[in-house]
Design a protein around this ligand. Structure first.
Ligand SMILES: NC(=O)c1ccc[n+]([C@@H]2O[C@H](COP(=O)([O-])OP(=O)(O)OC[C@H]3O[C@@H](n4cnc5c(N)ncnc54)[C@H](O)[C@@H]3O)[C@@H](O)[C@H]2O)c1
Length: 369
């Protein structure tokens, strides 16, 4: 088992899965070259592993077993198709490694629980990537809720209005399958926004939903999901996730309380209102929908104004978001911070999503464990 010695040496990381997101992880690891080294890249397609090795260092392998035998490794990052996360993560945990797992942790709650059990046996750290929890906009929303500035939470909406063409689903034979993707628009694309709904609204206890496959062929899973959620605190939520909304609009989160509201659109804070202490009796009775009450000017980082001014590209913003979560992981290894997204956190988003699928199949509300 790995020990606290991480405090004293550079972190040696093995990346498993050198596809779309593995490439982003490679760039993040290079960005963190002052503290970590990429020592192995594993992909069943050797050429993909070799490409990342050429760019970011390490040795190429076609199996994690071979990599674990050949090189010293502290952390394994799992970037394989979702339905292959569990087997890779559990092998790494059985070898006593720390693990970073791409979202969603697995395709079902039961498979996520198997990783949780392996982690408890290993006693190492496991983070699930949910990089938007680290966005400045999310941090502002979570802090405002935690400070009671929105009052009692009453409702939340997670809406992902995206487009993915047939070529996207045809680009990998795991995409759009129950076994390896675990679901469609809600599981693959929507899980981030569902996770933010959990981060802001709290523990979900029941869902009811409909799903459809309306604009794509040769996929087993949904390209439209709509549903409703009840949270432990009594608040109600709406889910809408689609990859069939041409040309693709945004991922949006709305959180409402009896003293304020927050809207995050495409990772940026677009609206926040916290009731001022000196609000008029009329405002307290009827609210104030005028634009003047939008307080985003107080948050240049969260509203994206600061990044725009700095000229950041979308590619760099994606790398920055993952890097913030890696920074938290490195800080957790040395005991300076607690991990902010653990398996149990991501399990709640997976429970909502698989609850949606069960409800759509059975026509009944589903209680969440
Ligand atoms: N955080 C995000 O924003 C984000 C974005 C995209 C994808 N993802 C997640 O990342 C994961 C991978 O998605 P992707 O789009 O990069 O897929 P991808 O198909 O582009 O890449 C997956 C890679 O894993 C390799 N692979 C498959 N099984 C393997 C195994 N057992 N051992 C080693 N390599 C193996 C494949 O050859 C492929 O190169 C999914 O879980 C997805 O949900 C997260």
């Amino acid at each position: 088992m790995s020990t606290g010695s991480e405090a004293n040496h550079r972190i040696r990381l093995a990346l498993v899965g050198a596809g779309v997101i593995g490439t982003i992880h490679g760039a993040v690891i290079s960005d963190l070259a002052d503290r970590m080294d990429l020592v192995a890249v594993v992909d069943t397609h050797r050429d993909r592993a070799e490409r990342l090795v050429a760019e970011h260092g390490g040795k190429a392998f076609t199996s994690l077993t071979d990599a674990l035998e050949a090189v010293e490794i502290d952390v394994v990052s799992v970037c394989t198709p979702t339905g292959r996360h569990g087997e890779v993560a559990i092998e790494a945990l059985q070898a006593g490694k720390h693990v970073i797992i791409e979202k969603p942790a697995e395709t079902t709650v039961e498979k996520t629980d198997e990783i949780i059990a392996a982690q408890r046996r290993a006693g190492t750290q496991v983070a699930v990537i949910s990089q938007h929890r680290f966005d400045p906009a999310t941090e502002v929303a979570v802090a405002a809720i935690g400070n009671g500035e929105l009052g009692r939470l009453t409702s939340g909406i997670a809406s992902i209005d995206w487009w993915r063409g047939q070529t996207y689903y045809d680009s990998g034979n795991w995409r759009g399958t129950w076994e390896l993707d675990g679901g469609g628009a809600l599981m693959n694309q929507g899980v981030h926004t569902v996770d933010l709904l959990v981060a802001t609204m709290g523990r979900p206890v029941e869902v009811f939903a409909y799903t459809g496959t309306l604009a794509h062929e040769r996929i087993e899973v949904e390209d439209v999901a709509v549903g409703v959620v009840r949270f432990e605190n009594g608040a109600l939520g709406v889910l809408h996730a689609t990859t069939a909304a041409y040309p693709g609009l945004s991922a949006r989160l709305q959180v409402h309380g009896d003293r304020g509201s927050v809207v995050i659109d495409n990772d940026k804070l677009t609206f926040i209102h916290r009731t001022p202490r000196d609000s008029s009796a009329e405002e307290r009775a009827y609210g104030n929908p005028g634009t003047a009450i939008n307080q985003i000017a107080d948050y240049p980082d969260a509203s994206g104004v600061a990044a725009q001014t700095a000229g950041s590209t979308p590619g760099q913003l994606a790398i920055d978001a993952h890097r913030r979560q890696y920074e938290n992981f490195l800080a957790a290894l040395t005991g300076r911070e607690a991990l902010r997204v653990v398996l149990e956190t991501n399990r709640q988003a997976i429970a909502i999503i698989t609850g949606v699928y069960e409800s759509a199949r059975t026509g009944r509300p589903v209680s969440l464990q």
